[in-house]
Ligand binder design. Structure first.
Ligand code: 1CP
Length: 339
């Protein structure tokens, strides 16, 4: 079995497998070159030839144990009919959904057709990957995707989301229900196409008021996990409840994920995960940017702290845009015991 899949099955390996969130992307010159040729980011994600190529770029250069499908969590709102645009240097812009009419307009009637190119990307990547490398498909978790759909952009204080959750819980639940169904169908299609593991990114889980955490994060994720397992009983699923702090162990137990990605704010060795659930993480992406002896030491410290447990080396969040390419190569060498 491939090393990453062994760990996701609950086994501890002498050397942890490694991949990095956002390992494909703007820090790589070969990514920037291809990206510059695409008219816009959504079209780039929905171009199987380009998306398969950028998925493979970091694996070719550095030999990670996992390849993460090149796509974006905002393909789901796009597929449900909500206009999504990426403005250069400004991040995503969506027409915000704030009322029942906005939620009612979302339709999954054409979602499978819109997302079909992603499945073609999955097939191409599977065909082009080294035998030991695992292809990880993914989607955003309903809460994190909803933050963009409600606010209309990233990097906010989630004020409209929190207002809706508290004052119009039925409306919020209706939006989450649509996202659960669309996301489960999307992940099942990725698994049908050849994804070997799946990841559910709840990047903004840390913004949810504690009282509402289960309603917004744990339960929607658990529903997606159950739906995927009904079709693909043995596909491993990684959850990232980023910023969830004290909720992480509860999230792991209640969602039924096989692995939990731990952010860099959390002491990874101290998280009480259920038996057999793997941990993934959690080097600070800033340390990958700054590099040097401090990076090597921290990587070795994390590996030593997780020895004997099912563990996948990764960052606590995505590779930052201005990260020197050499630092990424060095980190992979350190984790693989080549340096
Ligand atoms: O023009 C560009 O090149 C845009 C930059 C970019 C890239 C490279 C975006 C826009 N998305 C992606 C790819 C991407 N996004 C991947 C595949 C590449 C890889 O991981 O190697 C994945 C898994 C994502 C997932 C994603 N998109 C998340 C969850 C993971 C995380 O980083 O927390 C989120 C929150 C997004 C939204 C998003 N996509 C892009 C931007 C600029 C943003 C907004 C981020 C924010 O709100 O701060």
């Amino acid at each position: 079995m491939k090393p990453l899949l062994q760990v996701l099955a609950g086994h501890a390996l002498p050397r942890p497998p490694v991949w990095l969130m956002r390992q494909a992307g703007r820090y790589l010159p070969e990514y920037r070159e291809l990206r510059a040729k695409a008219p816009n980011f959504i079209e780039f994600c929905l171009n199987p030839e380009a998306a398969a190529e950028v998925t493979l770029q970091p694996v070719r250069r550095f030999g990670m144990d996992g390849a993460i499908l090149f796509a974006d969590i905002l393909l789901i709102p796009h597929a449900l009919g909500q206009p999504v645009a990426f403005e250069a240097g400004e991040g995503p812009r969506l027409e915000p959904i704030r009322d029942a009419a906005g939620v009612a307009k979302l339709s999954d009637a054409r979602a499978a057709e819109t997302l079909a190119p992603v499945m073609e990307t999955v097939k191409r990547v599977r065909a082009g990957l080294p035998a030991e490398t695992t292809l990880i498909g993914f989607a955003g978790a309903p809460w994190t995707v909803a933050t963009y759909m409600i606010e209309g952009r990233g990097k906010t204080d989630y004020e409209n989301c929190r207002r809706m959750m508290w004052s119009e819980p039925k409306l919020f639940a209706a939006l989450i229900d649509k996202l659960v169904d669309a996301t489960a169908a999307y992940l099942i299609a990725q698994a049908d196409a050849g994804a070997e593991a799946l990841k559910i990114f709840d990047s903004w889980a840390g913004a949810v008021p504690a009282t509402l955490f289960d309603m917004a994060v744990t339960e929607p994720t658990a529903r997606i996990v159950r739906a995927v397992r009904a079709r693909h009983p043995s596909i491993p699923i990684i959850g990232l409840p980023r910023g969830a702090g004290s909720h992480v162990a509860h999230y792991a137990a209640e969602t039924g994920v096989n692995a939990v990605a731990i952010d860099h704010m959390t002491d990874i060795a101290a998280v009480p995960l259920p038996k057999g659930v793997a941990a993934q993480g959690n080097l600070d992406p800033m340390l990958l940017m700054t590099g040097g002896a401090a990076m090597d030491e921290e990587a070795r410290r994390i590996i030593a702290a997780m020895a004997g447990r099912p563990f996948i080396f990764n960052l606590g969040h995505g590779v930052l845009q201005h990260t020197p390419v050499e630092h990424v190569g060095r980190l992979i060498d350190v984790v693989k015991g080549r340096a």
